[in-house]
Design a binder for this molecule. Structure first.
Ligand code: DQQ
Length: 518
């Protein structure tokens, strides 16, 4: 038995696993690492039919240190099989960590492009895989780019998006230019090993907007991800109408992981011409560092990292940290923005259906839903008249859920503007979600288009993880109830019609004991 030697957590391996397993707040149908620390999704892909999810992993304990690439595979995007660690630091340019990156298919050879960390610097590195993607060899030429672009004062430099155009590979590396804003540097290569710097694809302006705002673009862009919405290949003339190109990034500032955003626009030649900036998830840092891929059926599927909202000490005590989002399919909405939904495969975990009849909710009178649980999939269709508000309470600790005396409750609020029209707000009120005064309970909210007051609401609750999709707009967050509450309540202000209500308990995805080093 080995022990962690890091001062943050000297915990024997089996103790780490036991602690993680015993935590009632650990999700049961989201992917989590066997124990220890998990952050960004990496190398997300489908290879010969099998889905691969690599992730930033520290099996030493629930803290970010000496990061390796954990690896899991799935045939259905629902249940995951742990695989051996794919990359771990070794003497050379990744001695202090194998940070985020991607998987590409180099003429049949699985190839990882990732950020090797040495000291305080990250540089692009490459590893090639066996045909089953289970063993990886770092190439001797690492780092494949020796330094960030000369003469540019950068804030940071890491993370990769790599794609092929004809016989040429192109790569973006996330960065920021001091005094200006976040950026993505563009490179070209014929062999993934020798790269030529082309220039910044696009430079953000950190002086625009209020740094406190949820759409501030930050001083550095982490985990840049460029793709064409609605399918189609980057760099070609779009065939499907005006399908925009999308540049996803995670806005970072001086060590602060702020929020995921995306630009829509057109990538052409060596530049990206933006047309719009959008928030990717209203939960901000709780859906961070997303990475996407196109699966073999043509769907654009995205994963993100659900960071914790509890203290470093609480994570270490719990023995685990970080949740992978459910895979979500992204499609293009009529207004040119993206909409998201969990992959339909997730529905196979549904058990014990509960439905409610169509009804107009009586204002102020909570509806007994008959639903309780902390692993739930809820699907509602609603119609709100102007000024109406619908509140869906989760993880409520009151006995009957109708007394209004819940000591803890996490509340999703849908609100239509008094003027009516198609505008409203989606809000997650976590202020009563936990009696623990140390956890993050900040409000999360964003604009919600609701044509004619109609809302399709999907909510996935998995203990401390909550993923909400309202008319395709996602809001993801973490909650840490202390009272083991499971009640689901429904209340309305003004006129709200419940057009459908379906609820299911969700089955667990990990049956057997897991190993820190599969
Ligand atoms: N996490 C990785 C970096 C990336 C950041 C390190 C985003 O590569 O920039 O674990 O969460």
């Amino acid at each position: 038995m080995t022990e962690s030697t890091h001062p943050l957590g000297t915990v024997p391996q089996d103790e780490l696993i036991a602690r993680a397993d015993a935590d009632p707040l650990r999700p049961r149908f989201h992917f989590v690492s066997p124990a220890g620390w998990l952050n960004d999704p990496n190398g997300v892909s489908q290879w010969n039919g099998t889905y691969h999810l690599f992730y930033q992993y520290n099996p030493e304990g629930a803290f970010h240190h000496r990061i390796q690439w954990g690896h899991a595979t799935s045939t259905d995007l629902v249940r995951w099989t742990d695989q051996p660690v794919a990359l771990e630091p070794s003497a050379g340019p990744d001695a202090d960590g194998c940070w985020s990156g991607v998987l590409v298919n180099d003429g049949g050879t699985p190839t990882l492009v990732y950020s090797g960390r040495l000291g305080e610097q990250e540089l692009p590195c490459v590893a090639v895989g066996s045909a089953d993607l289970l063993s990886w060899s770092k190439i001797p030429q690492n780092p494949v780019i020796a330094a960030p672009p000369a003469g540019v004062d950068i804030t940071a430099y890491r993370d990769h998006c790599v794609w092929r155009e004809g016989s040429i590979w192109r790569q973006l590396v996330g960065s920021g230019i001091r005094g200006r804003g976040g950026t993505a540097f563009l490179y070209e290569s014929r062999d993934l090993r020798s790269w030529e710097y082309v220039g910044p694809l696009f430079i953000g302006d950190a002086s625009q907007g209020d740094p406190a705002e949820t759409d501030w673009t930050g001083t550095m862009w982490e985990c840049v991800d460029l793709f064409r919405a609605g399918g189609g290949s980057l760099g070609t003339v779009p065939t499907s109408g005006d399908a925009p190109d999308v540049l996803v990034f995670s806005a970072w500032d001086n060590g602060d992981t702020r929020h995921p955003l995306y630009w829509t626009g057109r990538y052409s030649e060596n530049t990206f011409e933006p047309t719009g900036l959008h928030r990717l998830d209203y939960g901000g840092r709780f859906f961070y560092a997303p990475q996407s891929f196109q699966d073999q059926s043509g769907r654009r599927i995205m994963f993100g990292w659900l960071q914790e909202g509890r203290s470093n000490a609480a994570m270490i005590e719990a023995g685990w940290s970080g949740v992978m989002s459910l895979p979500r399919v992204t499609t293009l909405a009529d207004d040119g923005s993206l909409v998201f939904a969990p992959v339909p495969e997730i529905e196979k975990l549904r058990r014990d259906h509960v439905g409610l009849p169509v009804q107009e909710l009586v204002p102020g009178a909570p509806v007994p839903t008959g639903v309780s649980g902390n692993q739930l999939d809820l699907e509602l269709d609603l119609q709100l008249e102007p000024g109406a508000v619908l509140r869906l309470g989760l993880l409520g600790s009151a006995d009957n859920g109708v007394s209004g005396s819940s000591k803890e409750e996490t509340v999703i609020e849908l609100r239509r503007t008094t003027e009516g029209g198609s505008q409203g707000t989606l809000r997650l009120d976590r202020t009563q979600s936990s009696l623990d005064p140390t956890v993050d309970v900040d409000d999360k909210a964003g604009p919600l288009p609701m044509p004619d007051g109609r809302v399709h609401l999907r909510v996935l609750v998995d203990r401390s993880a909550v993923e909400i999709f309202a008319n395709g707009k996602p809001l993801t967050a973490r909650v840490y109830p202390t009272l083991a509450g499971e009640h689901v309540s429904l209340t309305a202000e003004g006129t709200v019609r419940l057009l459908s209500f379906d609820a299911w308990t969700m089955a667990e995805i990990f049956g057997e004991a897991r190993n820190l080093f599969p």
